[in-house]
Design a protein around this ligand. Structure first.
Ligand code: FAD
Length: 338
């Protein structure tokens, strides 16, 4: 019998497992893949807040630090945003493995290569069914990503918008200079010094340098398809509730993702702490995570209206920003909580 069973050994599931195991809960994490962190479905661009959450983050997980992002309108009009705290480009597989190792050290048990199939109520507990046996628990946590089976089977209602992305790693030298993306003008300024985000399509396309010669390059799969390369699904929205009785959701499973960029690593780490606190101190989880994330998600959803504008209007808004916003104002923007 377990206190908590977590489905999914991604960063949100493993962080929740670590915090619960540290407070002496008997925790089991079930992960369908046999290797933690793989396949990688992430660009790895994460705000410096990750270092506040994990001050002990090993240096070898950080591939690059980026102080400047350049935003390109469909017309090519662009502005740079230099932030005081650099954003990190991380090796996602290594990051996931490190968070996993911390959970293991704290005493969480893992079953890799095991798939969650469903659950059944047994008085106040739950029987968790997998492809390799059943397990009993007081609490079930769905940290099983955007397509969460736990969310579906628990019938937790989720209104979301979905993006499907395609991404590949390119060597700058091998890539044609000129327009990689609609409106992209990498020739202006040094190619590779900044993360370049281009807004000519239905969402945005990105060019994120992971070193002096390599970059991750991607966008919605409708606009770019790279055979055999990484990509994946993102879903965003604001859940009314991420809990139902003794079943909870965290991370992408709970749509705890920045709507404007689909970045979910930091929000998942923040929510994991809220969930662990709620379970350990018998507090209301929704109250805790919403106090931290509901407003930023709402703001992000509002900002997403931008994506529905025609290209001429997007370009006009860029012109207005370029003409009216001072660099000082822009540099104070927070990548996670704009
Ligand atoms: C192309 C792309 C680029 C991205 N770039 C960024 C970025 O630059 N920065 C950023 O912050 N975020 C980015 N994201 C989002 C980020 O990857 C997610 O927000 C993050 O991985 C969510 O973590 P999680 O732990 O909630 O879920 P996940 O990392 O999705 O982990 C869920 C785990 O559950 C397991 N699982 C699922 N179903 C089952 C089951 N039935 N049984 C057992 N195990 C199961 C999965 O195998 C997986 O390991 C990107 C996403 C995509 C698709």
């Amino acid at each position: 019998m377990y206190d908590v069973i977590i489905i999914g050994a991604g960063p949100a599931g493993c962080r929740t497992a670590e915090l619960l195991a540290k407070s002496k809960k008997k925790v089991l994490v079930i992960e369908e893949h046999t290797k933690i962190g793989e396949p990688v479905q992430c660009t790895g661009l994460i705000s410096g807040k990750l270092l506040e959450i994990h001050p002990d983050l090993p240096k070898n997980i950080i591939l690059n630090k980026i102080k400047t992002a350049r935003f390109f309108a469909p017309s090519g009009t662009n502005f740079s945003l230099s932030v005081k705290k650099p954003a990190l480009v991380v090796d996602r597989a290594k990051l996931d493995k490190w968070i996993y190792s911390k959970a293991k050290q704290a005493g969480a048990e893992f079953k890799l290569g095991m798939q969650f199939k469903g659950f059944q109520k047994k008085s106040n507990n739950l029987i968790i069914k997998t492809n390799n046996g059943n397990f009993e628990t007081h609490i079930l946590i769905g940290a099983d990503g955007p397509l969460s089976r736990v969310r579906k089977l628990a019938k937790i209602k989720a209104d979301y918008t979905q993006q499907i992305f395609s991404q590949k790693t390119i060597v700058f030298g091998g890539a044609k200079r000129g327009r990689l993306l609609q409106g992209h003008r990498p020739g202006e300024g040094k190619f590779g010094d900044s993360a370049d985000l281009c807004f000519g399509g239905e969402y945005f396309n990105w060019f994120v340098p992971i070193s002096k010669t390599k970059a991750r390059f991607g966008g919605p799969s409708k606009e770019m398809k790279f055979k055999g390369e990484s990509g994946g699904v993102c879903r965003y929205g604001l859940l009314k509730t991420a809990q139902k009785g003794n079943i909870y959701l965290v991370g992408d499973a709970a749509l705890q993702v920045k709507p404007f960029s689909c970045g979910g690593v930091v929000y998942g780490q923040i929510a994991a702490r809220c969930l662990a606190k709620a379970i350990i101190e018998d507090r209301d989880y929704d109250e805790l995570w919403k106090a931290k994330l509901a407003w930023p998600i709402r703001k992000g959803l509002l900002l997403c209206q931008f994506y529905t504008f025609p290209n001429w209007l997007k370009s006009l808004l860029f012109e207005i920003i370029v003409r009216t916003c001072s660099e000082k104002l822009l540099e104070n923007l927070d990548m996670d909580f704009y």
